[in-house]
Design a protein around this ligand. Sequence first.
Ligand SMILES: *Cc1c(COP(=O)(O)O)cnc(C)c1O
Length: 493
Amino acid sequence: MSGAPPGATEGAAADTGAAGARSVHLPAVHLILADPSCQPLLAEYGRVQTLAAARALLAELRGDMLRVANAGGAASSPAGQIAIPAITALLAQRLAQANRSPLRPLFNLSGTVLHTNLGRALLPDSAVQAVAEALRWPMNLEWDIDMGRRGDRDDLVEALLRELTGAEAVTIVNNNAAAVLLMLDTLAHGREAIVSRGELVEIGGAFRIPDIMQRAGATLREVGSTNRTHPHDYANAANAQTALLLKVHCSNYVITGFTKSVAVAELAPLARDRGIPLAVDLGSGTLVDLEQYGLPHETTVRETVAAGADLVTFSGDKLLGGPQCGIIAGRADLIARIKRNPLKRALRVGKLTLAALAPVLALYRAPDLLPVRLTTLRLLTRPAADMRAQAQAILPLLRRALGADYDVRDEAMTSQIGSGALPVDLLPSHGLTVRAAPGARVRDALGMLERRLRALPIPVVGRIAQDALWLDLRCLDEDQQQRFVEQLESLAV
Ligand SMILES: *Cc1c(COP(=O)(O)O)cnc(C)c1O
């Protein structure tokens, strides 16, 4: 800083022993805040925050400069002075970083479309707009506009869900884990629920059927064996203490070979005869036959209800393609009991969820347009040729950005649906692979690349396997491709 009046520095003189006393020259904090370069920061972040950040930055710079000086830097080193605009530039960076949302967008090139860690389903614009409106306006969340009196938030989507599932009634909670918990707590607390040993699922995270059952106060009555369970296993186990027959979708594994499980339709007569409700945790709630879109078949909610399930639970943000929520569909008397459980109040959804869910469900009224309109289905049905064209367009740019240390190719690969939907069915896809070039100078080239991709303004999440980084382009929407390409330049070192 040149031309500053005397006393305008917060320069710290330090006793630096052998190197002798040296001082650093930093502008006073009030001069920084008064400088024109700082005015936009004050307008954006306010005086309190900007002042605190400026003080912290000056203290850091002072420490750094003293260290340099003590390490033998010349006493009159020009490095001992920094001009105000350079300081405000640093300050702007610090403040922007500190004020960045902790929840950030990223590119999901992992090859898993419904990635739980990346927030699962992406929603269509109609849902995005509905959520924005619900954020700004009071809403008839629990208020019946026609009658002018208190209503029930489940009513907002119940009619449509009944239409789409064939169920008599529905209720919505925070997620499917909550749906299962609430159902068990309502129907089987202090009593027994019968589950096949082949269906004692762990979904990942902390969701395990035996644990959730314990939390709901229900006693787990296991029947059959891991690979085979027969109708008579359920029949023999059912007794006066039995509150529920529970079937659970094996979302993330398959049992193959010498196997037998009891279908819902096979179990329904027993449940009816004994007067025991039959519940099915379907996991991903498919509302349409996916085969019509060239995808593998997944049992739909409607099929499950028609087969005789009294209650079906499923997620809103898996194959259904909506917001995070759990849906319980089934017999009206059982749903009424579930809604009276005080836990329902603790597990209910907010207006943003319902605002997003309603337009997503509405899309199902036009199943022929669903692959265009429902984002999840659009991503799942993208033909590999689309991704190949994208890969070929991006290939030279990525090659140039990465330089000679890396070998970049476009390659066929397979995506998976994710979130426990159809775990063994893979979708043909296309993308880019990056391997360390034979003569690469960098060590741990792939690990380094993975870190560089994460450090981008919009972090890129790929997958490392077989000594390569795989970037599956299925989830790179064509209208986001430009932003993806733009930031490749900052990847170059
Ligand atoms: C995914 C899944 C759950 C948990 O659903 P969340 O919506 O993640 O709470 C429960 N059961 C099955 C069978 C699942 O596939």
